[in-house]
Write a protein that binds this ligand. Structure first.
Ligand code: MN
Ligand code: MN
Length: 465
């Protein structure tokens, strides 16, 4: 009897985030599995920001969204999207309330760490052909050697023609790779720190070994590769100057675990928030308040550039929507609320040291609400207000799914930022939320299927508010 009272009291007073398996109904758990299948297809088709924009546009157009026209007056239920230079995107469905009263924003990013080709990438060394690379975003360089990589991107010719390149996804196609030393000869390399295990200038992509037939040429492998590129794409070496090509892991998204409860893939960060933002929006065709999904580029390198969220594309999109209705754009912005949706570092039982477990997110307990990111003394963080957190807590509870709170590791263990601070700079109320990820930024990141589904439900509850 006494034990029961204590238990009841504990349930009433203590905060204990539940696992999604305890929270979701059997029907929802089933739905989470189905949802994971469509998410995996999105991942495989969207390995770069350009590809993610194409996938998003396809989804949106199928659901009746049309390109946004500035100056046009949009009415409740109108569905629009704005493709920003093919690398970032805004989508919205107009609410019953005037846009001037504020919008509900879900902001996520669609770029991921990878190996970009340098502007003059092609060279030959000791009868082998290579591409020089420069890594994009925060990578642990040793993780990118000795794994199959695919080449993705575009080459833009001087006349403006865009040549799309994808090599290494289809099983019939070759892949590229960065080589590493054999254990038998790595005595010296083993003395390096892990951070220096593979150095930046050693991340060279092996791309060929077949020499050109003419035995008078000097760099015969390079020449043969240029001939191949010319025959296949019509490009010459100088065209690399106006190209954006990168190497990304060539494997496709796979179920992880003997129980298949998780998904392993390249690029969960941050497609695992981008995709649920899109699907939640598409599932909310008649909102009270206008919802806006912003899928940004360049987050991994500081949200710079005209496709990153430090630029004005989101701000102007919302202002244009409000002003098209005869409202005030500035007021629309400051009346808005935003979930800045980016992945959270899931507590890793194999590497507990950098985490403070009581404030870390746990894989499988739903999206993690994060008051502040940043590093050391919250440097570079948005640090959401208690008032806004209270509102969001209420919305998440209404969603009836698993969610938890989560900070990024121990106080002085490191740190990181998200787009939250840049959206907040506009005057918008913003808080971070995101799916917990194991092995974040690795070529193969792991998430829980239930967490991805719960993320979708959380956005849906926010957009329907
Ligand atoms: Mn991210
Ligand atoms: Mn990241």
């Amino acid at each position: 009897m006494e034990h029961d009272i204590r238990q009841l009291l504990a349930e009433k007073l203590c905060y204990r985030p539940k696992n999604a398996y305890e929270t979701l109904s059997d029907a929802q758990l089933e739905e989470a599995q189905t949802y994971a299948e469509s998410y995996k297809r999105f991942l495989d088709a969207s390995k770069t920001e350009r590809e993610a924009v194409k996938s998003a546009v396809k989804m949106l157009e199928k659901a009746g969204f049309v390109p946004f026209e500035p100056g046009k007056k949009y009415a409740a239920g109108d569905k629009v999207y704005f493709n920003n230079h093919g690398k970032s995107l805004c989508a919205a469905t107009i609410g019953k309330k005037p846009v001037e009263e504020g919008v509900h924003i879900a902001a996520a990013h669609i770029d991921s760490p990878r190996l970009d080709l340098k502007p003059r990438p092609l060279y030959e060394k000791d009868d082998l052909g290579y591409f020089k690379t420069q890594y994009y975003g925060g990578v642990r360089k040793y993780q990118w050697a000795a794994i199959p990589l695919a080449l993705h991107g575009v080459v833009v010719l001087k006349d403006g023609r865009v040549i799309d390149v994808i090599v290494g996804e289809d099983k019939a196609e070759p892949v590229l790779c960065v080589t590493d030393l054999l254990p038998h000869l790595s005595a010296e390399q083993n003395k390096r720190t892990l951070a220096e295990g593979i150095k930046g200038e050693e991340l060279n992509l092996l791309i060929g070994s077949r020499p050109f037939k003419d035995d008078k040429a000097s760099e015969k492998v390079k020449l043969a590769l240029l001939e191949l590129l010319f025959n296949k794409y019509g490009i010459v070496e100088e065209d690399f100057l106006s190209a954006e090509l990168c190497a990304v892991p060539s494997q496709h998204a796979r179920d992880v675990g003997l129980d298949g409860s998780m998904i392993g893939s390249y690029g969960h960060d941050d497609r695992v928030c981008s995709y649920p933002a899109l699907t939640a929006g598409i599932c909310t065709p008649a909102p009270e308040t206008t919802w806006v999904v912003a899928l940004a580029d360049k987050e991994e390198i500081g949200s710079e550039g005209n496709t990153g969220l430090q630029s004005t594309f989101l701000e102007y999109f919302i202002k244009d929507l409000a002003e098209g209705q005869g409202g005030c754009g500035r007021r629309a912005i400051v009346n808005s609320q935003c979930l800045s949706a980016d992945v959270n570092a899931a507590y890793d039982p194999s590497f507990p040291d950098p985490f403070e477990k009581g404030n870390s997110s746990i894989l499988g307990k739903g999206p993690a609400l994060t008051k502040y990111t940043g590093s050391r003394g919250k440097g570079g963080s948005n640090d959401a207000s208690a008032e806004f957190l209270a509102k969001v807590r209420a919305v998440l509870d209404e969603a009836g799914v698993a969610w938890q709170s989560g900070c990024l590791g121990k106080v002085d263990a490191g740190g990181g930022g998200t787009v939250a601070a840049y959206v907040a700079n506009l005057g918008v109320d913003v808080v971070d939320i995101g799916v917990p990820v194991l092995s974040m930024h690795a070529p193969f990141e792991v998430v829980s299927k239930n967490d991805v589904y719960c993320m979708h439900k959380c956005f849906e509850a926010f957009f329907r508010k």
